[in-house]
Ligand binder design. Structure first.
Ligand code: C2E
Ligand code: MG
Ligand code: MG
Length: 683
């Protein structure tokens, strides 16, 4: 008993560390079950479970509940080692074993019948069980024949158990040790041992069966898309791996397809309609590319087809793909509206264009990008022009990577001026690359897009965030009313799970109040993983970091997402501001944007103000926050500091004026506090 308890404790400790020890915990639970009560066993498993929750433990609990529900267990195992078993006790034991066996069989059914390893084991257990039940039926356990039958069955059960352990990769030193000891013990102990071992075997099988069933289900779900039933990205990646491993690889055509204007369908008719459209499209896609093709949903409205093109020359394959593509003409009827689904596609061949499938996929993606630039509904093959452009991007990326290491990247700062109460409440950090090779200052428009095609943009963004927060912290010491710093964040970075914690760490590292930081994002971020983006938005709001929507008005015209993003600031894109003086419609548009800003309670900055006329126009529309060459071009931090001190020495006076207004508003309007008003004005 002592030995058991010691083993019990040791095994609990082990169970915490080893993934494969869940069944030990269970077996142990069952031994305790045999030695004490069902409740003890249940608690044992539960306490392990709470220290290391996992699916296996959930299954364990299920098994124990099942065993408990067989009934009579507690009194059954109350039979002491010296008490003689009555006929009723024996009948109860026999019925317990009888009840246990179907449970074992359920597992073999789950696992594909008699031929499966589970089936083989369970039929052997069934035989043993029948032998013991028959022996019990004699009703006299003092009988030497019964003891002999039991010992014999127990030995076979032990062998079976050991083999299962080996073959099913389960560790069970505890049971085997204990069994060796118990073989010399009394027949009561033997009987109890037989039952607990049988219970352990049964539950082990059930556990493995359940786990492998749920594992198979989980594997299927993880590799397939629930809406279309196609392979998902992960499933397709697996297929690529198996294709790359196979020795008789056939040449492949890789096609990447993107449904045109799918977002509009979703926005106008809802997500259910969107799903219907996708399913109809997929039916056609799989039919057109034929049974040899491997079709996957790459994400959102993007699909991938891998098609073996053995026996085709490239020209023949091109013709075949063109014809499959042209015949994609899905249409779906919603009420009185017919939606005609069109798509754009890019294609590349493996091995003639690329050496690996993943590379071909990348090339097909570049071709898709070119197809879209040329207008919707086109199929574009990877060609020499794309190859050259790719080469250019790769070269820039290589040089940029070195530039980052060599300290050739630096931040310039452009002021954002409040023209109503002249002061500079904020400044935007804009990245510059001083290229030592050419001596030129490379503008971000030439290198950010190249960086955005790879994870290099994450390194760059982190560098910018770190530098900007460091500078902002220095300004907090320098000025009584320091400017808030605005930092551009790429969509890819904003879609990273750890984004918020990175920002939080940097703020702590440099000791900057979160309110002093504003992150500028574009509408592109909401095209990413919804769940991650939503979590990041929430996280930033909780942290107290401000959010600005950059280049507002140039992205998707659906503004419903504003309620989701909840920005603190809208930045009117400079293309609007540029035309405001001579284009009436543009003026109305800017006025409308300012109205939207007011409606959702966030401030509005006009970007790219270059002339006094443009300034007068935006002011007349009620926009008092302005950024542009009219005031200053982006400049290094020290130049910015000198510029601010020289041009806005009366910062203190403006702030004072604003404070008074804030206080007046707060005192005249019940419920209004001056602090938030001042914070909105950047104070
Ligand atoms: P943006 O965030 O919209 O930045 C405003 C751009 O407009 C800046 O260009 C700025 O120099 C320019 N600008 C400001 N006032 C005027 C004006 O009056 N007239 C004209 N013609 N232009 C003006 P820049 O610095 O070349 O940056 C271009 C874009 O590159 C930025 O657009 C932003 O999207 C991106 N970018 C810049 N720095 C970073 C960065 O650190 N990280 C990331 N991810 N993107 C950055
Ligand atoms: Mg910006
Ligand atoms: Mg902008």
């Amino acid at each position: 008993m002592k030995l058991l308890r010691r083993l019990h404790l040791q095994t609990i400790a082990k169970a915490k560390y080893l993934r494969t020890t869940a069944p030990i915990a269970l077996c142990l639970g069952l031994i305790v079950f045999a030695e004490n009560t069902a409740i003890d066993a249940y608690n044992t498993v539960q306490s392990i479970e709470s220290s290391r929750p996992s699916l296996s433990f959930a299954a364990n609990r299920w098994v124990i509940e099942k065993l408990k529900s067989l009934g009579g267990m507690e009194s059954l195992f109350d039979i002491g080692g010296h008490k003689s078993l009555s006929t009723t006790d024996l009948a109860m034991l026999a019925s317990y074993i009888k009840n246990l066996l179907p449970l074992v069989h359920n597992v073999s059914d789950l696992e594909g019948g008699a031929e499966s390893p589970f089936g083989v084991y369970t039929s052997q257990i069934q035989e043993l069980g029948n032998g013991v039940i028959a022996a019990m039926a004699t009703g006299d356990i003092t009988d030497a024949g019964f003891r002999q039958a039991l010992t014999h069955d127990l030995t076979r059960l032990k062998t079976l158990f050991e083999r299962m352990n080996e073959e099913l990769n389960v560790q069970s030193a505890v049971l085997i040790d204990m069994q060796g000891k118990a073989l010399d013990a009394s027949r009561h102990a033997l009987l109890k041992l037989f039952i607990s071992l049988l219970g352990a075997v049964a539950s082990m099988l059930m556990l493995l069966g359940l786990n492998s069933k749920s594992r198979r289900e989980a594997e299927f779900q993880a590799s397939h898309d629930a809406t279309t039933g196609l392979l998902n990205r992960q499933g397709f990646e697996k297929w690529i791996d198996s294709y790359e491993r196979s020795s008789d690889r056939l040449p492949l055509a890789l096609v990447v397809l993107d449904v045109d204007d799918f977002k509009e369908v979703n926005d106008e008719f809802g997500h259910m309609a969107g799903d219907t459209v996708l399913r109809a499209f997929v039916r056609q896609l799989t039919a057109n590319f034929g049974p040899n093709s491997h079709v996957a949903r790459w994400g959102g409205d993007e699909f991938v087809v891998a098609l073996p093109i053995d026996g085709f020359f490239d020209a023949g394959a091109v013709t075949m793909l063109r014809s499959a593509f042209t015949q994609l003409n899905t249409s779906v009827q919603f009420g009185t509206t017919e939606i005609v689904v069109r798509c754009s596609a890019g294609a590349a061949f493996c091995p003639s264009d690329a050496t690996t499938v993943r590379e071909a996929l990348q090339f097909a993606d570049l071709a898709l990008y070119k197809a879209k630039r040329q207008g919707a509904g086109r199929l574009q093959f990877y060609d020499a022009e794309i190859r050259q452009e790719r080469q250019r991007v790769l070269t820039i990326r290589d040089r940029l990577r070195n530039a980052l290491k060599d300290g050739q990247l630096q931040l310039h700062w452009q002021p954002q001026v409040n023209v109503a109460y002249p002061h500079v409440p904020s400044a935007e950090a804009l990245l510059r690359w001083y290229d030592r090779e050419t001596g030129a200052m490379v503008p971000p428009a030439l290198f950010i897009p190249a960086a955005e095609t790879s994870e290099l943009i994450l390194e760059i963004d982190n560098f910018v965030l770190d530098q900007a927060i460091r500078t902002a912290a220095a300004w907090s010491k320098k000025w009584q009313h320091p400017p808030t710093v605005a930092v551009n964040v790429s969509a890819m970075h904003f879609q990273q799970r750890e984004f918020v914690s990175q920002v939080r760490d940097l703020l702590r590292l440099h000791n900057l109040h979160p309110h002093r930081l504003e992150l500028e994002i574009t509408e592109g971020v909401i095209l990413g993983d919804d769940a991650v983006v939503s979590r990041n938005l929430e996280g930033l709001e909780q942290l107290g970091v401000r959010l600005a929507l950059d280049d507002f008005g140039t992205g998707y015209s659906n503004i419903a997402y504003l309620s989701h993003l909840k920005p603190d600031r809208l930045k009117i894109d400079q293309t609007f501001v540029r035309r405001i003086g001579h284009d009436k419609q543009m003026k109305s548009l800017v006025s409308a944007i300012i109205g939207i800003g007011r409606a959702i309670d966030c401030d509005v900055v006009a970007e790219g103000v270059e002339t006094a006329e443009q300034l007068a126009e935006v002011k007349s529309l009620g926009c008092n926050l302005v950024q542009g060459y009219y005031f200053a071009k982006p400049m290094p931090a020290d130049a910015f500091e000198a510029w601010r001190d020289a041009n806005y020495p009366d910062e203190q006076a403006a702030v004072q004026q604003l404070r008074q207004i804030g206080d007046r508003m707060a005192s005249s309007m019940p419920g209004v506090k001056s602090e938030p008003l001042l914070a909105a004005a950047g104070i």
